[in-house]
Design a binder for this molecule. Structure first.
Ligand code: UD1
Length: 413
């Protein structure tokens, strides 16, 4: 991706469906035999990987525009292979549904990834408490159970996909399951709504206690994926860092309160409506401190983009990552562009500089790629971002959307 920096972004952009909502909703189709329709599905590499995984498990999956039709009638497979799980950790979300429907599942352990160790121990602990017999064999989790039983689960720490996996396992369990210290992310709520449309009885999603009353069977249904709050936050940051004026359509501002608050604190003018946000950069940003937290705190998936903004701010800022152990891979790349950054344990001290200069840089993970694009948009001269396959995992046609806002950005074929 080649970026010629220095143009303030202007105009209107529409937000796509949320990656982190569509993945669990896709996996949930395994819970009920029949034809499911999922609307507002973005064209992302992670969605393609999920489609391949579902096909591998015997489902028929077709795209009709932004609708995915998933027929799980003849799904019989029970194995999620390493080849797919290693490219997309969210594949691990098939464990709960497969175990609930077939009483057996063999799912590869994800292993580490660029942003840290990311264990799945809490997923397994919860399933064991629901009566599953779980063994680790040859790098795979092998889980067996007759009908799972409802249980009172306390999550040692807040995990998004852990909460989702256990919620999906519990919907057809015998009796009631309570998940305490559950993740409160909007994507968890979207999944709970999807499960309820399939006939499940899930209550409390969006709070830290979720109660699931087991039902005997679910039915297929039509689902709607919420807008991607991280894509939206990234465009907000793009408007802010370039000193532009951008109206973002088709979003849910309420899901972005932490990001809106921080950007306003740093001097950005923001107006919100029911389904839109207008962001105008007014002069140089001010340095503000940011600490990542589970929702409704500041999202770790926006940490790298916020850091890009802070590199050009007036004054200092301290950015602290509390969710993942190793999520500062973008620091060294931003330094190549002239950012003044010092890592100190889980924090980065950002001393704002007056300008960044374009450079060849390398994407290391999805959100790191986004931060380097943002830095490139504001830098003087040309930035060439390599390993851009990371960005396609989670942003739908980002260069086309940015170009329509006036950015000078090209993808090399
Ligand atoms: C999800 C999101 C990801 C986001 C993250 C945090 C999806 C598909 N991905 O990832 O974009 O960055 O939430 O908002 O929704 N942990 C354990 N044991 C477990 C599970 C998690 O120790 O069994 C730890 C992790 O290592 C991490 C923390 O809990 O330090 C939070 O991770 P988690 O919420 O599980 O992230 P994901 O669900 O993988």
């Amino acid at each position: 991706m080649r970026i010629e920096g220095g143009t303030p972004l202007q105009g209107c952009v529409r937000i796509s469906g949320a990656k982190n909502a569509v993945l669990p909703i896709l996996m949930a189709t395994l819970l009920a035999a029949g034809e499911h329709r999922i609307c507002n599905v973005p064209r992302l590499r992670d969605v393609e990987t999920s489609m391949r995984l579902l096909q591998e498990l015997g489902a028929r999956v077709e795209r009709e525009g932004d609708v995915l039709v998933v027929d799980t009638t003849s799904a019989t497979g029970e194995e999620a292979p390493y080849e797919l799980v290693k490219t997309m950790r969210a594949s691990f979300l098939v464990l709960g549904p497969l175990l609930a429907r077939f009483g057996y599942a063999r799912v590869s352990l994800p292993g580490g990834c660029a942003i840290g160790a990311r264990p799945v121990d809490l997923h397994l602990k919860g399933l064991r408490a629901m009566g599953a017999d779980i063994k680790i064999e040859h790098g795979y989790v092998v889980a067996r159970s007759k009908r799972l039983r409802g249980a009172h689960l306390y999550m040692d720490l807040v995990t998004v996909t852990g909460t989702e996996n256990l919620m999906m396992a519990a919907v057809t369990a015998e009796g009631t399951t309570v998940i305490e210290n559950a993740a409160r992310e909007p994507e968890v709520v979207n999944l709970a709504e999807a499960l309820n449309r399939m006939g499940a009885r899930v209550q409390g999603a969006g709070s830290s206690t979720i109660t699931i009353e087991g039902v005997s069977a679910l039915r297929p249904s039509v689902q709607e994926v919420i807008p991607d709050r991280i894509e939206c936050g990234t465009f907000m940051a793009a408007a802010a860092i370039t000193g532009g004026d951008v109206r973002i359509e088709g979003c849910i501002p309420q899901h972005l309160q932490a990001v809106i608050t921080k950007l306003r604190e740093s001097g950005v003018w923001i107006e919100t409506g029911d389904t839109w946000i207008r962001v105008r950069g007014e002069g140089r940003l001010r340095g503000v401190d940011v600490i990542t937290m589970p929702y409704p705190g500041f999202p770790t998936d926006m940490q790298a983009q916020m850091m890009a903004c802070m590199t050009l701010a007036h004054g200092h800022s301290v950015i602290t990552e509390t969710v993942f152990e190793n999520r500062f891979m973008h620091v060294a790349e931003l330094q190549r562009m002239g950012a003044d950054l010092t890592i100190d344990g889980h924090s980065v001290l950002v001393r704002g500089v007056e300008r960044l200069s374009g450079a060849p840089v390398m994407a290391t993970d999805l959100r790191a790629s986004a931060s380097l694009i943002l830095a490139g948009l504001a830098a003087q001269g040309e930035t060439v971002l390599s390993r851009i396959y990371h960005i396609d995992r989670g942003y739908e046609r980002i260069e086309e959307k940015l170009a329509r806002l006036g950015a000078k950005i090209w993808r090399e074929r």
